[in-house]
Write a protein that binds this ligand. Structure first.
Ligand code: 3HC
Ligand code: NAI
Length: 701
């Protein structure tokens, strides 16, 4: 028996069980195990048919993504050779499919002569989500069994389809038989294999016809759809090409074409970015010194202090997950206002058909409000979202310390204050943690979990699990001003301001970075979030860090009362009730005047320089954050930016992008920017970690 595929004989049926936890990824050893099993079965005269299945919670999650970009993924037997060995087996091969059957796992199943499915199993070709396409025949075989349109939908979306949905469409034959239940699968697959053991010739999917009655029109339509949806990604359009080839070329030619597209996509930066994202997302939930088996505290009831912008959104997350919430405020009016906003948000979803009436009612039934701390006595987790003032936080945490039950987790949503100081207001600093949600808290995926000096490991483990339950991407940050995300964005904003001083308009800066792929440039973003927030922070900083260099334009803008969309004017002009950013003559004039006071002759700044200065400013601060241990891995920083700040997904996050550019080149650019007298040379002193990695020719890991 191979380590990763077991071989057993039951009567006249050989069973090959892929066994490569967690999802039976088709790594080299598993592929070898399957081929060995097939040879053994074919050599054994007592064996009449072969069943391939998967151990544990998956048939197979597909190719082993960890092998991508290494020699192992191509090493023989590669997935093609495995599928050839299945097709060429002299004895029938039956795939017994349950739970998860994805990517290369589905391609393997499609190479089998027969397929028996367990109800509820999820079938998908998710390769597109990794920036590639199915590379082991999926684009050629799936259309032959489920039809061209259904197959293309699955391949372009990558979304899983439940087995019963596939079986329900007439004429489709992905499954030759469905087992009565998942538990019955093994037994029924054996019986099915015995029943077809002598049938010849052996059926092969490759021999089925593949046609679309109006192919040209359909593929043209599909191409247009895909172009609109996936503008930054090459893979979806290639999926259309590959499936079209299935309808127009001989099977072997289509297969070769698919292979060529697959290999080309594998080497694109977009695919590298998506693969990085796949692993970074999963790695983010793992904390180096908090083992995965750390016991977690039970979270049944949640308290939220403050029913403002954040408190309301935070509460909704828990209500959506079926967890009861009690909100506490100082005044009944504030509670009423908060609850009304929650209702308004839900009602908008009901109106759009995104939420059913009964679900809405269920959620509201989980919500209670109070003016008294006594009502938080039995809460397992209490999240504070009151005004951003240390004095107010102190009063709240002292009260929480007095009433919360032992073991309750006390969390603060503070965005700038020191979590260790907040923890010190209590006699249980080990139970205090930061949970920094992003606005709107019911929508944004990111949650920065701020780990205080004394935060207990089981508190962290619990909060990470809670985050998963409320569908957030949680990233752990140490305590520092701004944590990971806002500390970095400050450097980015600083550069955006200098660019104005040197000759750019806000719209030029926004356009350049939006072309790079950001959802919104810094000035449109400022107008949306409110320019007064940064203004207040800068006023505070002026006392704490008087030497910090800034463009004064942002302060001048606020002095004009232009706080952004909420005041109808910011870096841009806005028409009543509309969000379109209209370039503002008044603002451009203000910027010009300011340049005069600085005696600066405006220069033409290239889009490339704009992008590099904004992005590398993030990278340098990110490197410092890593060095200081505020973030434990560079992927965490990327996750913060991808899920909380609109960093373009196809670039993989600031740290991954820097590695793609080459850290040596990044350091060179920083040294160049430091020469600019208008800039802040100290900000461009490259972080020692960056210098070290660049010198070693390494990337962020
Ligand atoms: N290869 C290697 N590891 C994989 C993997 C794969 N294909 N799929 C999942 N894993 C690992 C994850 O990294 C994670 O590892 P960890 O515990 O060490 O962090 C573990 O399996 C569990 O994954 P999830 O946390 O995602 O668990 P879920 O239960 O939520 O989801 C899943 C399971 C639906 C299988 C999901 O992991 C998934 O969608 N995986 C990706 C599947 C995929 O993209 N397959 C296509 C691969 S490309 C291919 O097949 C190429 C071929 O066409 C030639
Ligand atoms: P907000 O002003 O909208 O809401 C604060 C609420 O707290 C008000 O309803 C107020 O009545 C209530 N409150 C004040 N003192 C209280 C007390 N002692 N007891 C109970 N309730 C009290 O403020 P917002 O924007 O919701 O911010 C709350 C916290 O979240 C702050 O710490 C802020 O820094 C943080 N935060 C804000 C983000 C944002 O984008 N608005 C993003 C992330 C964090």
């Amino acid at each position: 028996n191979s380590m990763t595929a077991e071989y057993k004989v039951h009567g006249s049926i050989a069973v090959i069980t892929m066994s490569n936890p967690p999802v039976n990824g088709l790594g080299l050893a598993t592929r070898q195990g399957i081929v060995d099993g097939l040879q053994r079965a074919n050599a054994d005269a007592a064996v009449k048919a072969i069943v391939i299945t998967g151990a544990g919670g998956a048939f197979s999650g597909g190719a082993d993504i960890k092998e991508f970009g290494t020699d192992k993924s191509m090493q023989e037997p590669n997935l093609h050779s495995v599928i050839n060995a299945v097709e060429n087996s002299g004895k029938p091969v039956v795939a017994a499919i349950h739970t998860v059957c994805m990517g290369g796992g589905l391609e393997l199943a499609l190479g089998c002569h027969y397929r028996v499915g367990a109800p509820g199993c999820q079938v998908a070709l998710p390769e597109v989500k990794l920036g590639i396409l199915p590379g082991a025949g999926g684009t050629q075989r799936l259309p032959r069994v489920v039809g061209v349109e259904a197959a293309l939908n699955m391949i372009v979306s990558g979304e899983p389809v439940k087995s019963e949905m596939i079986g329900a469409v007439p004429g489709q034959k992905l499954f030759d038989k469905m087992a009565a239940s998942p538990e019955a699968l093994a037994e029924e697959a054996l019986a099915f294999a015995a029943s077809i053991a002598d049938v010849r010739p052996l059926p092969l999917v490759r021999n089925l016809p593949c046609k679309h009655p109006e192919g040209d029109a359909y593929f043209q339509f599909a191409r247009n759809m895909v172009k609109g949806m996936a503008k930054n990604f090459p893979a979806p359009a290639k999926c259309v090409d590959a499936v079209e080839a299935a309808t127009k070329r001989k099977f072997a030619d289509g297969l070769a074409y698919e292979r060529e597209l697959f290999i080309n996509l594998m080497w694109t930066p977009e695919s590298r970015a998506l693969r990085h994202l796949f692993f970074a997302e999963r790695a983010a939930s793992k904390i180096p010194d908090v083992p995965s088996d750390t016991p977690k505290r039970d979270i049944q009831k949640v308290g939220v202090i403050g029913a403002g912008t954040m408190g309301g959104g935070i509460s909704m997350n828990f209500l959506n997950a079926g967890i009861p919430v009690t909100i506490l405020e100082t005044k009944q009016e504030a509670l009423d206002r908060g609850v009304a906003t929650i209702k308004k948000n839900y009602e908008a979803q009901v109106k759009k058909g995104k939420l059913k009436e009964d679900k809405y009612a269920q959620r509201m039934a989980l919500l209670s409000t109070t003016l008294s701390y006594d009502d938080l006595k039995d809460c397992d987790l209490i999240i504070e979202a009151v005004f951003e003032e240390m004095g107010v936080k102190e009063a709240v945490f002292k009260q929480l310390d007095a009433v919360a039950k032992p073991g309750a987790i006390l969390a603060s949503n503070t965005s700038t204050l020191d979590v260790d100081k907040i923890a010190a207001f209590t006699k249980r600093p080990q139970d205090v943690v930061g949970m920094h949600f992003f606005s709107p808290a019911n929508v944004m995926k990111l949650l920065e979990v701020v780990r205080g000096k004394e935060t207990a490991k089981d508190v962290l483990a619990t909060v990470m699990a809670v985050a998963k339950k409320i569908k957030k991407t949680a990233v752990v940050s140490g305590v520092c001003d701004g944590f990971i995300g806002n500390r970095m964005i400050e450097r980015y904003s600083q550069q955006a301001g200098f660019l104005l001083d040197e000759g750019c308009t806000p719209q030029q800066v926004d356009k350049a970075i939006e072309k790079f792929g950001f959802a919104m440039g810094p000035f449109r973003m400022g107008d949306l979030a409110g320019n007064d927030i940064g203004w207040a922070i800068r006023k505070r900083r002026a006392v704490e860090q008087p030497d910090m260099k800034y463009s004064k334009t942002a302060d001048l803008l606020c002095e004009m009362g232009r706080f952004g969309q909420k005041t109808g004017a910011g870096w841009y002009d806005y028409q009543a009730g509309k969000r379109d950013a209209i370039p503002s003559d008044v603002v451009n004039k203000m910027i010009e005047e300011h340049r005069k006071t600085l005696s600066v002759a405006p220069r033409k700044v290239s889009d490339e320089e704009i992008v590099q200065r904004l992005v590398f400013a993030l990278v340098n601060e990110g490197a410092k954050i890593l060095e200081e241990g505020i973030a434990s891995k560079s992927g965490d920083i990327d996750m913060v930016y991808l899920t909380g700040y609109g960093f373009p997904i196809h670039r993989g996050g600031p740290m991954h992008y820097a590695s793609e550019v080459g850290l040596f080149n990044v350091v060179l650019a920083m040294n160049r920017f430091a020469q600019n007298p208008m800039d802040d040379a100290s900000a461009w002193a490259p972080a020692p970690l960056l210098v070290k990695l660049a010198a070693e020719g390494k990337a962020f890991q």
